[in-house]
Design a binder for this molecule. Structure first.
Ligand SMILES: NC(=O)c1ccc[n+]([C@@H]2O[C@H](COP(=O)([O-])OP(=O)(O)OC[C@H]3O[C@@H](n4cnc5c(N)ncnc54)[C@H](O)[C@@H]3O)[C@@H](O)[C@H]2O)c1
Length: 367
């Protein structure tokens, strides 16, 4: 597929990996190929300073390898900062499998992928992400111990999505406290974009709190299912970004805050589960700040899932998982205050604190 994009002469000029815009001094990038199963995967290890690089595997029908590489570079970097800010002794990694999870995912392919993970001897530990299930992780577990997110019946912590949703809810409440002086979300108009595993669980928390919830998704079936369950409103327009709302909760894919959407946004708060919500974290983070829109950094408030899988490595129980996840409320408030005091974006405030923790550990490790 690459040959359609560039000629070999151009390839030399382009620095295909280390020269990419999204390359951020990643420690290791592993390209995995298996002819028999059709596996084409990339594992990105951004940092192992705080511990083994843990992050999920995404299976997606990428248009080309550049898209897959860009995704794994961005996602693995995000995991480094997510674990650092959450206080976990984990580095940042992620994997992508190129292909359609509905038609191309087989147990053989998952096992072969697991063997590649195993070959890294624990520098990278995988888990589920978009296109993956706990059952897939159980299959990976057959060939490597370096996997989390396996089913409870096999000793795992089970589905991380409800925990992620609870953390997002906590982060959203903290953002409301900061923006409105109260964290009560009753009567607030909240738009949840993407009502998959996390989005649906978030809708439940919001409905229980008395918020006015509007949902959007590309799947009409999901929309009807969630509406029938919770009595929420299905978004009927064609430009969600221009709608009058209090809170925008992106829970589908990343980069929805971009040049096209950012000046249309009417929300006073952005708090959702999607990874890498800002297409350009400096530029778009800055515009949100200037527009007075409180952005609860994605990698901070969607950390419930990693807290959940970390329990499998550290052997802590559900109560501790929920306590750590609830703490996202306090961390979010701290970050929002830190950003205000220092007149920087909330994203930068969170990054600075995460980077400081990594730098301190690096100094300790080198002693
Ligand atoms: N599952 C977790 O624990 C977890 C943890 C951290 C971050 N995240 C992130 O949160 C997001 C959601 O995760 P999930 O596990 O719920 O995924 P999911 O695949 O279960 O749900 C995603 C939903 O978004 C919908 N969608 C896709 N494109 C859309 C669009 N353009 N507009 C509206 N809806 C759209 C899909 O139809 C689906 O219903 C992802 O970005 C994921 O990386 C998830």
């Amino acid at each position: 597929m690459t040959s359609e994009l560039i000629t070999s002469k151009e390839l030399i000029k382009m620095d295909p990996v280390f020269g990419q815009h999204s390359f951020d001094d990643h420690e290791q990038i592993v390209f995995c190929n298996d002819k028999d199963t059709g596996l084409k995967a990339i594992i990105g290890i951004h940092s192992t300073v705080l511990g083994p690089a843990l992050g999920g595997t995404r299976m997606w029908n990428y248009k080309n390898e550049w898209e897959a590489l860009n995704d794994v570079l961005r996602l693995s970097r995000g995991m480094t900062f997510k674990s650092a800010i959450t206080g976990l002794d984990l580095g940042g990694g992620k994997a992508v499998i190129i292909g359609d999870a509905k038609t191309q995912k087989t147990p053989e392919l998952m096992r072969r992928f697991g063997e590649f993970v195993n070959g890294l001897s624990g520098r990278y530990i995988t888990a589920e992400d978009v296109g993956m299930t706990t059952k897939d992780m159980d299959t990976v577990r057959e060939v490597t111990p370096y996997v989390t997110g396996i089913s409870e019946s096999k000793g795992g912590a089970g589905n991380p999505s409800p925990v992620t949703a609870y953390g997002v809810f906590m982060g959203m409440k903290a953002a409301a406290k900061f923006q409105y002086g109260s964290d009560v979300l009753e009567d607030k108009n909240v738009y949840v974009q993407g009502i998959g595993n996390v989005g649906e669980a978030l809708v439940e928390h919001l409905v229980n709190e008395g918020a006015n919830v509007t949902i959007s998704d590309i799947s009409q079936e999901r929309l009807e299912e969630v509406r029938n369950k919770f009595g929420v409103t299905i978004y009927g327009g064609n430009d969600i970004y221009s709608e009058a709302m209090d809170i925008y909760a992106p829970c589908a894919l990343g980069a929805t805050i971009n040049d096209e959407t950012i000046y249309k946004l009417q929300a006073k708060i952005i708090a959702g589960a999607a990874n890498n919500q800002l297409e350009d974290e400096n530029k778009h983070g800055g515009i949100l700040k200037d527009r007075g829109i409180v952005y609860a950094p994605d990698f901070l408030i969607n950390a419930g899932g990693i807290i959940n899988v970390y329990a499998e490595l550290e052997n802590y129980d559900r109560q501790e998982i929920m306590r750590k996840t609830e703490n996202i409320y306090h961390t979010t408030l701290e970050i929002l205050d830190h950003a205000k005091v220092n007149d920087i974006t909330t994203h930068m405030a969170a990054l600075n604190i995460a980077r400081e923790r990594i730098a301190t550990r690096k100094r300790e490790n080198s002693k």
